[in-house]
Design a protein around this ligand. Structure first.
Ligand code: 2BA
Length: 107
């Protein structure tokens, strides 16, 4: 068994959950925060048999879009200055980790 951890944009999360559950995958959604932008994103945990990993990756790839976010240099440095310069940051479509699951229990 494998565990797929997918960090996606909040705006893609609902559609991705729907596509995965429509394809009979089981999903858990977590509200998470990116360390760089310090803004909300969504992490989905999907437990699947090894032969289903590629199907899940394809659904994620087809659903999640690359976006551009604007942040200021002052927020990057963590200060409250209003003099920060706006910079563009490219986010996503998705950051995906595929992990081996040693054991899986349901009680
Ligand atoms: P954030 O950490 O908020 O990062 C948002 C975007 O900022 C990243 O998009 C990347 O384009 C940019 N970025 C991050 N760190 C940077 C840095 N030190 N210098 C310049 N630009 C930087 P993505 O790569 O698509 O990542 C989206 C979110 O996925 C991240 O949000 C984070 O929550 C998660 N993530 C990405 N890589 C990860 C990793 N190796 N481990 C854990 N979480 C990760």
């Amino acid at each position: 068994m494998k565990m797929i951890v997918a960090i996606v944009h909040d705006d893609d999360a609902h559609e991705l959950m729907k596509s995965l559950t429509d394809s009979d995958f089981r999903v858990t959604k977590l509200a998470t925060t990116g360390g760089f932008l310090r803004s909300g994103n969504t992490t989905l945990i999907i437990g699947v048999q090894k032969d289903k990993v590629d199907q899940v990756i394809k659904i994620i790839e087809d659903t999640c879009c690359i976006r551009t976010e604007i942040m200021t240099t002052s927020s990057m440095m963590g200060d409250n200055s209003v003099m920060g310069l706006p910079i563009e940051i490219t986010v996503g479509g998705a950051t995906v980790f595929v992990l081996d699951v040693e054991q899986n229990f349901k009680f």
